[in-house]
Ligand binder design. Structure first.
Ligand code: NAP
Length: 470
């Protein structure tokens, strides 16, 4: 999504001499990698798309994954991105030598470029759980982002480990097909109720005839997300109290069995972990073939999952919906900047970047959806669009001849980082829960200010934060 966007913006700026490196054989990023049943985006589709390529044809308020993937592929084709893409070859190293970046790929290609835009994604590398005996499982076992479509689910006994956004979507999608579905919950989730109406053909025609309707819809959804962002960065905000009430009411009104309701009740603040948005998770987990397992997992055996109470949950299929290695960013690519500084060493404790975009001593190396940017329940498309607008200004500065190397200063980086860490302490993410938002110190690693502040930061670089060199 972000790489296609960067290509389009480079073309628009008249910079036609660029290559998009894509390790797979087709486009699509997260929407290509994830193919699990129920895959969808819980950001409304009219916001989860490029502002310059609104889509009157969205089928639903929250459209399914394959439709989103097709959208990105279509936009890439329509904007002439595809001829720029080198498919099926993975970048392994970017090394800054004599003022230019030398790129090496696994296929042995060596390229030299002036600017690198890393659009390698956040939720990219699957995280496998460290569970005793996992390798000994006798049935099929796979991560949610490596779904094995050759494995039959119909009538099968399926176990799902995890209760993140992914697991919740899978449960709702497969519960009617499986013989038995066991959801292994380590932590209960807050579930925000939602509806997902289909757009009627008349509505789609109206969007086509009057794009202002789509823009209006997009703006109103964006405003709602702005309110949400005001709330999450202040754990004492009325928005947070309201979200908690919505979720609690949802739990109370949707789950009839008091024992199940208590086991589904979270013991931490709503939105501390990423909020689940679901039309039907509570309905799904109450179906006769579904079981919520809250006893801790003791280990996996050939026949299934053994929980701490001694019970063996017999399974044919085990799905690991256990999330991603979220601190990898551009790694495992070796990135070596000015003065032979290795990004792996700079990030040995944790990844950091000035405004999520630039790292001191890595000139002309810019990231889209890099470390410490806005995450949460936002549209990462909107985030990437704001970032590419900013990056294009950095590139313009290079083109205007002020210098040939631009990167954030160490001072700007340090000041940004200390302000960010301080602000992060007030956010809802810091109120006491385990989540992928927290870094190795337990500090939220995301943008800790209102989204509109991100928008204004991205409007124009604060040039004093950058160092230009020949
Ligand atoms: P996740 O939010 O990181 O959730 C991983 C789950 O696995 C958690 O419930 C975790 O339990 C559990 N887990 C991990 N290791 C475990 C172990 N050893 N034993 C038991 N349970 C274990 O991962 P995700 O659901 O794939 O979602 C990741 C992110 O992807 C989301 O937060 C979201 O940003 C994005 N996403 C978005 C959408 C969308 O619609 N926009 C859909 C899917 C995913 P604990 O909670 O106890 O740690």
């Amino acid at each position: 999504m972000a790489g296609i966007l960067a290509a389009i913006k480079l073309k628009e700026a008249g910079l036609a001499d660029f290559t998009v490196y894509e390790k797979a054989d087709r486009l699509g990023g997260t929407w290509r990698e994830n193919t699990y049943p129920g895959l969808s985006c819980d950001v409304p589709s009219h916001l989860y798309c490029y502002s310059f390529a609104l889509n009157p044809g969205w089928s639903h308020l929250y459209s399914p994954g394959p439709e989103i993937e097709a959208y990105f592929e279509r936009v890439a084709h329509d904007h002439g991105v595809v001829p720029h893409v080198r498919f099926g070859d993975e970048v392994t190293a970017c090394v800054f030598v004599d003022g230019r970046w030398q790129l090496t790929t696994a296929g042995g290609v060596h390229d030299e470029v002036d600017v690198v835009i890393a659009a390698t994604g956040v939720l990219h590398h699957p995280k496998y759980p460290d569970i005793r005996g996992l390798d000994s499982f006798g049935g099929a076992v796979f991560h949610s982002a490596r779904w094995d479509h050759g494995v039959a689910l119909d009538g099968a006994r399926v176990g799902i480990i995890g209760t993140g956004s992914t697991a919740m979507q899978i449960v709702s999608a497969i519960v009617d097909r499986t013989g038995k579905l066991s959801l292994f919950q380590r932590t209960a989730q807050w579930v925000m109720p939602a509806v997902n109406p289909a757009y009627t053909p008349d509505e789609q025609t109206a969007f086509r005839q009057d794009p202002l309707l789509m823009e209006g819809l997009r703006d109103s959804v964006a405003q709602l997300f702005d309110h949400f962002s005001d709330g999450i960065v202040d754990s004492r905000s009325p928005e947070m109290a309201m979200i908690e009430k919505f979720c609690l009411d949802n739990l109370e009104s949707s789950v009839s069995d008091p024992d199940l309701r208590e086991r589904l009740r979270p013991d931490y603040r709503a939105a501390c972990k990423r909020l689940i948005v679901s039309t039907d998770f509570y309905e799904a987990i109450q179906k006769p073939g579904a079981e919520l397992v809250t006893d801790a997992i003791d280990g996996v055996e050939p026949g299934g999952v053994r929980t701490a109470d001694g019970r063996l949950h017999e399974l044919d299929v085990l799905v690991l919906a256990t999330g991603f290695k979220v601190d990898a960013f551009v790694r495992p690519i070796t990135v070596v900047g000015r003065g032979s500084v290795d990004l792996g060493q700079v990030w040995v404790d944790r990844p950091e970047a000035y405004l999520s975009i630039s790292v001191p001593d890595f000139p002309n190396f810019f990231m889209l959806n890099g470390p410490n940017g806005p995450v949460g329940n936002f549209s990462l498309v909107e985030v990437a669009e704001l970032q590419i607008g900013y990056i294009m200004q950095l590139i313009d500065r290079l083109r205007s001849g002020g210098g040939r190397q631009i990167s954030a200063t160490a001072d700007a980086m340090a000041r940004f980082e200390s302000a960010r860490v301080e602000a992060a302490k007030n956010t809802i993410w810091a109120t006491g829960c385990r989540s992928w938002y927290l870094d190795d110190r337990g500090i939220p690693a995301a943008w800790p200010w209102p989204f509109r502040q991100f928008r204004s930061e991205m409007a124009e670089p604060a040039w004093e934060a950058y160092e230009l060199r020949d």
